[in-house]
Design a protein around this ligand. Structure first.
Ligand SMILES: [Zn+2]
Length: 242
């Protein structure tokens, strides 16, 4: 194939036989109606391999038998330990990006999920998974400021602890969860008084749950941390926490 731009997965083309292992197929995400696919079929049909042909039922059966017990097959990627093919790929490169589902497809999907009943056990398992999930959060500059001040004073802490609400900083020696709340996202009453209050309610719920579990909780506003003279140690002393 010429005229195809190389994607950012390295040199996947030009090898003697097909593509390198682990590379994305050139036609992945393209439909049969895509001009590139059409051209390819026109050029190769009847010349090689399976293009334009179908496996017989017997062949299909023998293929499925030989694939039995193959844990590394399609749908079992989670066991291989290898990163997903789309890891690190920008979302625009995803084959489903920008694609709209037809109403029929939506209905089909809706039907499939309708009436799915999850057992209490499954629900709890899902909750636990969600709790432990570390979101790909980048520490914000205000978080880093607080972390550095704590490091300077030799406080031991964990960041984004797998607890309800994922506290930004957790001082495990004194069982204290510190949330560093951005003014916009957490609807600070000074800078964003008109923002929806749902977020505040959610934050208060998280505080309550953590306190019920025996943790101390404090929330510090972005605008407080941004002040030049902000110092976490003094703040905790003022709050009578340490
Ligand atoms: Zn604010």
């Amino acid at each position: 194939m010429t005229g195809l731009k190389k994607d950012n997965l390295g040199d996947c083309q030009g090898k003697k036989r097909g593509r390198k292992k682990g590379c994305r197929a050139w036609n992945r995400g393209l439909t049969k109606s895509d001009i590139r696919v059409k051209k390819y079929v026109d050029k190769h049909i009847g010349k090689s391999g399976m293009i334009g042909k179908r496996h017989s039922e017997v062949t299909k059966l023998s293929m499925s038998i030989s694939a039995m017990g193959n844990k590394n097959g399609v749908g079992n990627r989670s066991n291989t330990g290898k990163p997903a093919w789309n890891k690190g790929l920008p979302k625009e490169k995803h084959p489903q990006y920008g694609k709209k589902r037809s109403i029929e497809t939506k209905l089909k999907i809706g039907k499939k999920n309708k009436g799915k009943i999850r057992s209490e056990e499954t629900k709890q398992r899902l909750r636990d998974i969600r709790l432990k999930q570390v979101f790909p959060l980048k520490d914000t500059s205000i978080e880093i400021k607080v972390q550095n001040q704590l490091k300077e004073k030799d406080y031991s802490f964990e960041t984004h602890k797998a607890l309800i609400g994922q506290p930004d900083i957790y001082l495990y020696k004194i069982n204290l969860c510190i949330f560093i709340d951005g003014c916009y996202w957490h609807s600070c009453p000074i800078h964003f008084p008109k923002r929806v209050q749902k977020r505040i309610e959610k934050d208060l719920k998280i505080n309550k749950k953590l306190r019920e579990l025996g943790y101390s909780v404090i929330r510090i506003w972005e605008h407080d941390i941004e002040k030049k003279d902000f110092n976490i140690e003094n703040y905790l002393i003022d709050m009578r926490i340490i």
